[in-house]
Write a protein that binds this ligand. Sequence first.
Ligand SMILES: Nc1nc2c(ncn2[C@@H]2O[C@H](COP(=O)(O)OP(=O)(O)OP(=O)(O)O)[C@@H](O)[C@H]2O)c(=O)[nH]1
Ligand SMILES: [Mg+2]
Length: 257
Amino acid sequence: MTLRIGMTSVTDKDNHPRILVTVATYNERENLPLLLDEIQQYAPDADVLVIDDNSPDGTGQWCEEQAKATPQLHCLHREGKLGLGTAIVAGMQYALSHGYDYVLNMDADFSHHPRYLPDLIAGMNPAESQARDVMIGSRYIDGGKIEGWGFKRHFMSKAINFYSRWLLWLSPKDCSGSFRCYRTELLKKVDLTKIRSRGYSFQEEILWLCRRADARMAETPITFADRERGVSKIDNGEALSALWIIFSLGLRNLLPG
Ligand SMILES: Nc1nc2c(ncn2[C@@H]2O[C@H](COP(=O)(O)OP(=O)(O)OP(=O)(O)O)[C@@H](O)[C@H]2O)c(=O)[nH]1
Ligand SMILES: [Mg+2]
């Protein structure tokens, strides 16, 4: 691990945004050391927050040890597996309470490669007149793609995107991915405590809330690679509950307010 030491507040002085990259982990001990090195390479000025749910493989303890010698690295420990959605919310709340300007989230399994971090960050402010509140690492715009999936996962992902774009009136092409950058000023307008989704539908629900807060959103292409190390946490029950939550949010679209 070669995270650079002692940079966080330099960004304020030079008028650069303070950036927090959040990584939710559950049994990612094999991936996390490699991932943190790559994040350091592609986003050297960013701080990193690992949100670990008491992973049985010791991911959290490993992170804690590293953080002792690495001021840019922070660990948030939760008592058990509480779902990716709630982990991302915890990362957003941390960013808000610690004065960061941008908060990014990405998976730990290299499906989201850190090489795209500069594009996500640059996309937030391409020109003064075009500033964005949400940048999405997108598999479904020109230049984006998915590697290593079979027909079933392609179909499920396309279907959930179609379903949520239509029901929730979302304009981005990739509404289900979790490689994103948010402006914390925008998140202050969103009541994060009201988010219902604990798991998969979190990605659509937060975009819906951001749209209702008039967020300016854009996408930058990524190549999404299937995980090579570690074990999948996909849960079919959670996928069904996601469909229901998106449907009920869609009904709320029809109500005023
Ligand atoms: N803190 C926390 N992290 C989680 C939880 N569930 C999943 N994660 C992490 O969230 C990210 C995405 O989970 P994955 O298991 O890769 O889910 P997926 O990408 O849909 O499925 P595969 O890549 O096929 O395994 C990974 O970094 C996981 O370690 C959870 O309950 N709590
Ligand atoms: Mg994954």
